[in-house]
Write a protein that binds this ligand. Structure first.
Ligand code: ZN
Length: 245
């Protein structure tokens, strides 16, 4: 069985559709999302609808909660907050209720692999802190009850591996799992990559092979940019798509 974990879509329908087209040839049977379906770009509704119909489970991202008043806009910088107010204006009550209902963590077991989903960290996930150093990784490992954890939030794909008491970061596009490891996988961002690679990033977990891959796919950046500008969203959210930052 192969599963896909979708990260930080951020209302970028062009990127999301390109990923879904690529996934059609991957033999994926189940989909999960680590949240931030909305925010930044111009297509929150179709992104919500597709994630909803596709995914077995979706955990809440800070933008999902920010758009529906579940997380104070003080948390965000001003342009991100503006984009969330714009997003709130195009969602109806049913969508808002849906985003509000998303929970912060989820545990699943498939084919002998137990894994957890959270948007940011397991250390007070409702605060949406950034897992960016050894200290925060160690804290989250100490709270992790499964061998595997899938996260997003930084928009930078990476494997963080704990083995024999040591923690190391691995920037690679695939990892063959060993039972001696515990691993935090940042699945990267579909809608707004920030690792200087402009292509949409997504994660496939081949359960039978014990193999996790972080893949990239090109998409129509220009089209997504035009939509952001036409919607009157902050210009920076259009330009950064072409910078991968
Ligand atoms: Zn995000």
């Amino acid at each position: 069985m192969r599963i896909a974990i979708l990260g930080d879509i951020h209302s970028n329908l062009e990127a999301f559709e390109a990923v879904l087209r690529a996934l059609e040839n991957e033999g994926v049977e189940r989909y999960f999302s680590i949240g931030d379906i909305v925010g930044y770009a111009a297509d929150p509704l179709p992104c919500i609808n597709r994630v909803k119909s596709l995914c077995s489970f979706i955990v809440a991202g800070n933008h999902d909660w920010g758009a529906v008043g579940h997380l104070d806009l003080e948390y965000f910088n001003e342009p991100a907050g503006d984009a969330l107010l714009w997003t709130a204006g195009v969602l109806d009550e049913r969508d808002k209720h849906y985003l509000r209902s998303l929970s912060l963590t989820y545990e699943e077991s498939i084919g002998g692999w137990d894994f957890t989903l959270v948007h940011s960290t397991l250390d007070r996930p409702e605060e949406f802190k950034y897992l960016v150093n050894l200290q925060s990784a160690r804290k989250t490992f100490s709270l992790l009850k499964t061998p595997l954890l899938f996260i997003g939030h930084t928009h930078v794909p990476v494997f963080i591996i704990e083995e024999a008491g040591e923690i190391k970061c691995l920037t690679a596009n695939r990892l063959k799992l060993a039972r001696s490891m515990r691993v935090i996988v940042n699945v990267g961002s579909i809608g707004q990559p920030r690792d200087r690679d402009v292509r949409a990033c997504y994660c496939i977990f081949d359960i039978d092979a014990g193999l996790i891959e972080l893949k990239r796919i090109e998409y129509d950046i220009k089209k997504a940019q035009v939509k952001i500008l036409q919607a009157g969203l902050p210009t920076r959210f259009a330009t950064r798509l072409a910078e991968g930052w």
